[in-house]
Design a protein around this ligand. Structure first.
Ligand code: OSB
Ligand code: MG
Length: 378
């Protein structure tokens, strides 16, 4: 049983080393919500919410997530007893439509609580393994193709196993040609459009076949499953869906419609680790490769993602950059480091496997709210 007794929400402001730009907008300071959830027995777990500052990736934002967490999710969780984290995920899903990133933050904290209480690493609790997970880099839109090519070369030199390039209409062919010239034809390169294209751009997207990309991620709107299916019939490059896959059901739709051949799994986008694992299981059953995406997480979110990425179906490198790619100082210890293009899955201690550095967290906290159970005797 898990009986959540206390939930502490914080909003942190963490400046990125360099601004990160996708087709629909840029981030320079991450506003990150953290959840610290304490069970009635005193066990504490951590998670972070991946909602962005502005609703350009998903309808959710830091402010909608904060509202959902404080007004609905925390009160709901604090009034219940759960067999385990999946039980809590089901309760949250049946009571609250949407708000998946907000729900995921509490659900993932509950996974950490349960793993710590059971004395097992989170990776083990999820059915994963130790060892290492391969890392790819996600390169945001740059001022010039030359600068992008330089960053791509740096990434290869640093050991990353795959380079993902953000693209947008009119910022695609020249950019990918520059990257190919810099890293050669054999290095794994993918492109991520973050839904910036429409079916009228299909001819242009077909031209991207020439770059031998390992995948083209989310060219069309998140709700355009059928249009992705039509495009996939026209192009050789495997489509990977990110924004479109908001649940295991949507993943099943993608597979049935052949709207894509690869899935980017982000636990925050789908309501938590329970749904993320279900998508993984489904994909494995259908021979659909998956990889773990990123949302400019701190070391807390990275820990959850690394544990998830240790499941056997994660056969492609994830957006699992080490702490130093984004932060001058991460808020966990040890920080995440990359060796030979991989991160180690922590299996030497229970839960997420890193310690949250409370001094570092305090130093960047801009709001904080704590909720306690109403249960009598608790
Ligand atoms: O589409 O994967 C995406 C960052 C913000 C919003 C959407 C995306 C991204 C990334 C970052 O690509 C990947 C990372 O965290 O390293
Ligand atoms: Mg993406």
């Amino acid at each position: 049983m898990i009986t959540p007794a206390r939930i502490e929400l914080r909003e942190l402001r963490l400046p990125l080393k360099t601004p990160f730009r996708i087709s629909s907008g840029a981030t320079d300071v991450r506003r990150v919500i953290t959840v610290q959830l304490t069970d009635g027995d005193g066990t504490t777990g951590w998670a972070e919410c991946v909602a962005g500052e502005y609703p350009n990736y998903s309808p959710e934002t830091v402010d909608t997530a904060w509202h959902a967490l404080s007004a609905w999710i925390s009160p709901l969780v604090l009034d219940r007893e759960f067999a385990d984290a999946p039980d809590a995920a089901a309760a949250l899903a049946s009571a609250i439509r949407g708000h998946r990133m907000a729900r995921a933050a509490v659900e993932m904290a509950l996974w950490d609580v349960a793993a710590r209480r059971d004395g097992v690493p989170l990776a083990t609790a999820l059915g994963g393994t130790g060892g290492t997970v391969e890392t790819g880099i996600s390169l945001g839109l740059q001022e010039t193709p030359t600068l992008l090519a330089e960053l791509a070369e740096d990434a290869v030199r640093a050991g990353y196993r795959r380079i993902k390039v953000k693209i947008a209409p009119g910022r695609d062919v020249t950019e990918l040609a520059a990257v190919r010239a810099a890293v050669g034809n054999d290095f794994p390169v993918s492109a991520d459009a973050n839904a910036a294209y429409t079916p009228e751009d299909s001819q242009r997207l077909q031209e991207l076949d020439d770059f031998g990309l390992v995948m083209l991620e989310q060219p069309f709107d998140s709700e355009d499953l059928l249009r992705h299916a039509v495009l996939q019939r026209r192009i050789r490059t495997p489509l990977c869906l990110d924004e479109s896959v908001t649940s295991p059901e949507r993943a099943a739709d993608m597979i049935a419609l052949r709207a894509g051949r690869i899935i980017n799994i982000k636990p925050g986008r789908v309501g938590g680790l329970t749904a993320a694992r279900a998508i993984h299981d489904l994909a494995l059953e259908h021979d659909v490769p998956v990889w773990c995406g990123g949302m400019l997480e701190t070391g807390i979110g990275r820990a959850h993602n690394v544990a998830l990425a240790s499941l056997p179906g994660f056969s492609l490198p994830g957006d699992l950059s080490p702490s130093s790619r984004y932060w001058d100082r991460d808020i966990v210890s040890p920080e995440w480091t990359m060796e030979e293009g991989s991160l180690s899955v922590p299996v030497d201690r229970p839960g997420i496997g890193v310690t949250v550095d409370l001094d570092a967290v305090d130093a960047c906290t801009v709001r904080q709210e704590t909720f306690h159970t109403q249960r009598r005797g608790a």
